[in-house]
Design a protein around this ligand. Structure first.
Ligand SMILES: [Zn+2]
Length: 165
């Protein structure tokens, strides 16, 4: 210990990345929040080792494609969840978006609308049902690239992701 050097470190350690909740309703539960962005960010994913990972390009280098896993499209939309005061990402299926005229048509800004997503039936695999209430709540929109950053950090393992499924 006598001549050991102290490991000074003036730089204050950063907190681990932002906590991102990915919300996907369980049967009998609702995902509910105020939409923070006008665009649903779509991405092709694979389900590998019990987690969702992005399909990456070039495809011959994508781990999921190499394992011959099927591609699943997911839509991500940031919502402000009033019960927690935090922004989380609603994870939406193609069926949910096709079944919701406002989301499907994409003709009107959706930031500020109330999103409700639930399961149609009692099974965890029941299809998602999405509704958007067009009564707008005033809210500063989260910039579109922020959604990408949240997703990229989550996939890189730099932030915690709590998946409610
Ligand atoms: Zn792939």
């Amino acid at each position: 210990m006598g001549h050991a050097e102290v490991n000074w470190s003036d730089e204050v350690p950063q907190r681990r990345g932002a906590f991102v909740k990915v919300l996907n309703p369980r049967p009998g539960q609702e995902v509910r929040g105020i939409v923070c962005c006008n665009t649903i960010r779509g991405v092709l994913t694979h389900y590998r080792m019990r987690r969702t990972i992005p399909c990456t390009l070039p495809r011959n280098e994508c781990v999921g494609c190499q394992d011959r896993l099927s591609q699943r499209w997911k839509g991500y939309l940031p919502i402000l969840v009033p019960s927690t005061g935090q922004v989380a990402l609603a994870e939406l299926t193609p069926e949910a978006i096709r079944g919701c005229p406002i989301a499907r048509d994409g003709k009107q800004p959706i930031a500020g609308m109330i999103l409700v997503c639930r399961r149609a039936g009692p099974s965890p695999n029941s299809r998602q049902v999405l509704t958007l209430d067009p009564t707008l709540v005033p809210l500063p929109a989260v910039r579109y690239q922020d959604v990408d950053q949240l997703l990229l950090r989550m996939w890189a393992g730099e932030s915690h992701a709590e998946v409610m499924e």
